[in-house]
Ligand binder design. Structure first.
Ligand SMILES: *[C@@H]1O[C@H](CO)[C@@H](O)[C@H](O)[C@H]1NC(C)=O
Length: 330
């Protein structure tokens, strides 16, 4: 019986077709049991993590990421799917990222969220704080691998963009392209198609500031194959949009209906890993400015003191010349 429950709890199928993960579990909340069937879930470079901004390392070589083809992802409708674990939008490989060691092409995007009455739902935390939800845009190294499923098991085979989503004042029209179709795929395994839209709109406006680290898939089999980019800036959706994300979907095919909520993984230990930042933090910046101002003040002080000393010497010399001139006169 225990074996049976465990089996149901952790069976994931990596489909060859497009390499999408399909959750076939009856219990999506058994994170603690993942390592029992997927040893990599208990390994030492897992995701998500808590990003502590005072212990990240500034790396000046981390250039702004450039998403290509995001504005117009083809003319064909995109497939939107409730897989019982998340809502996932398939993306064509004409979307790709520049600014990483190799060319990474897009495969899919999906969301993580919490449940009604709680303010959190994101997987990554910044300084211990979660936001309401998180978007993941999954890419794979198309220079080295044929498919997402092949790349998913290799170091840095995947590049995932993590976008923290918070609640703002206004409705976000880009997210609406996904959220307005959720009612068509309420139950697990339902699919619908969505007209292509500007995917760039789902990202925060500023892409230059991000954190970078080596991590894993946040769902079984937790392969440690992901080069993570978590943006510093957040995207915003309205309260009403967040409510729809949290309250429309079910993780089950039919009755009894189980709401699809709280599909985020708890933060994992950082262990020996480094987290890099593409930018200098606010505190670091003010520290730098402070030091600069301090140096300038010191320089000015030295300059004025030196000038005073020189004048004094000059005056002394003049008076010496004056007195000696008088002496010759006499
Ligand atoms: C990720 O791991 C590889 C291999 O160990 C290493 O070369 C690279 O610098 C790491 N990257 C980051 C962002 O930590």
């Amino acid at each position: 019986m225990l074996f049976f429950t465990l089996l149901l709890e952790v069976i994931w199928i990596l489909t060859a077709n497009g390499g999408r993960y399909i959750w076939v579990s009856v219990c999506p909340h058994g994170q603690d049991h993942w390592p029992a069937s997927y040893p990599e879930c208990g390994s030492n470079a897992q995701s998500p993590i808590n990003i502590q901004t005072d212990s990240v390392t500034f790396d000046p070589d981390l250039l702004p990421l450039q998403p290509h083809g995001y504005e117009q992802p083809g003319t064909e409708p995109l497939n939107l799917h409730n897989n019982g674990h998340t809502v996932q939008l398939s993306l064509p490989s004409t979307l790709y990222l520049e600014g990483l060691p190799r060319k990474y092409v897009a495969a899919q995007l999906h969301l993580h969220w919490g449940q009604k009455g709680t303010p959190w739902g994101s997987e990554h935390l910044i300084n211990g704080k979660a936001t309401a939800a998180e978007l993941h845009i999954v890419h794979y190294d198309s220079e080295s691998y044929e498919s997402l499923s092949e790349a998913a098991q290799r170091p840095q085979g995947l590049a995932v963009l993590g976008i923290l989503i918070e609640v703002g004042e206004t409705k976000n029209p880009a997210y609406e392209h996904i959220l307005s179709h959720l009612h068509e795929i309420k139950h697990k395994d339902q699919k619908t198609s969505v007209p292509p839209f500007n995917v760039r709109g789902l990202l925060p406006p500023l892409l230059a500031q991000y954190f970078r680290y080596n991590g894993s898939l946040t769902t079984p089999p937790c392969y440690q194959s992901v080069l993570w980019t978590v943006f510093h800036r957040r995207a915003q959706i309205s309260t009403e949009q967040l409510e729809r994300l949290r309250e429309t979907l079910f993780s089950t095919e039919e009755e009894p209906s189980e709401p699809l909520v709280q599909n985020y993984r708890a933060p994992q230990p950082l262990n020996q890993r480094m987290v890099f930042a593409s930018f200098i933090q606010g505190e670091m910046l003010s520290l730098g400015v402070g030091i600069l101002v301090g140096c300038l003040c010191l320089l000015l002080a030295v300059y004025f003191i030196a000038r005073k000393i020189r004048r004094k010497r000059l005056r002394n010399r003049k008076s010496v010349v004056f007195t000696s001139a008088r002496a010759t006169e006499a």
